[in-house]
Structures are given as C-alpha cells and as structure tokens.
Design a protein around this ligand. Structure first.
Ligand SMILES: [Fe+2]
Length: 250
C-alpha cells in the first residue's frame, strides 16, 4: 500500500504571502507533483494547519486544489485551523460547528484514524476526555486490525523547546491509551515543520516539513524561528512487515 503524507500548508487568501512565501503556489506545486509522480497512491493525508488564519478563502482554495488531486485526500485540523470555516468549505465532513474533526478510514493497509488535537484560543494541542474516549473505542473496535494514527500535534516532546511548549497537553493520558492497545503501528504528525522520525513507546513515528515555511533546527530557544528551506511531502509504503517513509523535497 502506498500513500502520501502532506502537512502544514498554512494557506492564506489568494494573492497574500506568508513569511515571504506564496503558500498557494507552493501547495499547488505539491499537488502537481503528486499528480505527476504518485497518481497510483491510494490516498493522501494532510495533517493540519491547512490554513494560516482559518480563513474561508484559504479553505476554498484548498477544496479547489484537492478537487484536481488525482488521489483521494483526508484532512486533519491543526492549531491554525478554524473548524467552522473549515466545515463551510468541506460540507461532506461529518459533524457541525466545533464538533471534533475525527474519523476512522478503511484502507488496504488497515485503519487510518485521523485525530483532532485543536484547542481554540491556543497553539498548544489538547486531547480531552471526550476525544480520549473516542480513541479508546476506535482502538477497541478495530482491535484485530493494524491502526495508523494521524494527528497535528506530536503526542510527546520532540526536543525543540519552541514547539514543545505548544505541544499536546494530555501526553500521559494519550500514552496510556495507545500503549494499552497493541494495534497502533505508526503515528504520522505535523506541527514540527521539520523532517523527523523515531520510536516512541514501541510505536514508530514520522513527520516532515510543511509545504510553505519551515521551523529552525533549534534545540535551545523557546521562541520559534522560521527558516528558508524547501517544502516536502512524504511517500509511505506499508505492508505486513514494514513501513517505509520517503521524504521528497519538491
Ligand atoms: Fe504549522
């Protein structure tokens, strides 16, 4: 099974720029590249910060771009997103208003769980008791299947202080849930705007650069610095024995 992981598009109103860059143009080039090189992929998952300021025009642009994408796309919300504006551009997404944007998706590799870690009013992430209950029930429901988790915020510190201070609030509770089930094979997340991978509590994970601006590789400061690095997307291959994540700089 092959799929594409994209993250942190930070789209703005067409004609606007962000950190000196054109998020719309960069995202369109990502879709062009997927269409040209990976139309055989089963799907694409975008792990949040779809829009920089949660604006309607940004989501309308995203919907138009995804309509011309050769493969089905699944969306996760991040701390820059606005659920209400997001839902207006994507009315097919279940729920209303501030309902959590979460889903369990059947794929040929197993079940993809897309999680909502947004807490309006803060850039930090949250996985409250209601969401914890949903995750517990989904991991139980799909106990006999491999499960892959997609979320915006990493559920643990990544040793970049500027990002760890806006990490997930309920790390311990989240860890308790996923480690009490044996079917979570990998966690894909965004938020970091950096390529990184490893193993957490026996579960492999990966992230990648966003499609617009990137965050500096700074292990000391607790203030975010932005750096001029090119955008990425990842190509992921999954079978019963392995998960291979290639990060493609386009
Ligand atoms: Fe972001």
């Amino acid at each position: 099974m092959k799929f594409i992981h994209v993250t942190d598009s930070h789209l703005v109103a067409p004609g606007s720029r962000l950190h000196g860059l054109d998020p719309q143009a960069r995202f369109a080039r990502c879709i062009d590249s997927i269409n040209e090189l990976h139309a055989d992929a089963e799907c694409c998952v975008i792990t949040g910060d779809l829009a920089e300021r949660g604006g309607a025009e940004a989501y309308e642009f995203l919907a138009a771009e995804l309509a011309r994408c050769a493969i089905p796309t699944h969306l996760v919300v991040g701390n820059h997103d606005d659920r209400i504006a997001f839902r207006q551009a994507f009315p097919e997404i279940p729920g209303r208003g501030q309902d959590f944007v979460q889903a369990d998706l059947e794929t040929s590799a197993g079940v993809f769980l897309t999680l909502d870690t947004v807490q309006p009013g803060t850039h930090a992430g949250s996985y409250c008791s209601d969401r914890q209950e949903w995750l517990r029930s989904k991991l139980t429901e799909h106990a006999s299947r491999p499960v892959f988790i997609f979320m915006h915020h990493p559920p643990f510190d990544i040793q970049i202080p500027a990002l760890d201070v806006i990490g997930l609030a309920e790390k311990d509770e989240f860890a308790q849930i996923v480690t009490s089930h044996s079917n979570v094979r990998h966690i894909f997340f965004g938020h970091a705007h950096r390529p990184l991978s490893g193993v957490w509590k026996g579960i492999s994970f990966s992230s990648l650069r966003g499609t617009n601006h990137q965050i500096g590789l700074d292990f000391v400061s607790d203030t975010i610095t932005y750096v001029d690095e090119p955008p990425d997307y990842s190509i992921v291959f999954i079978d019963d024995e392995q998960i291979v994540v290639h990060t493609h700089t386009y």
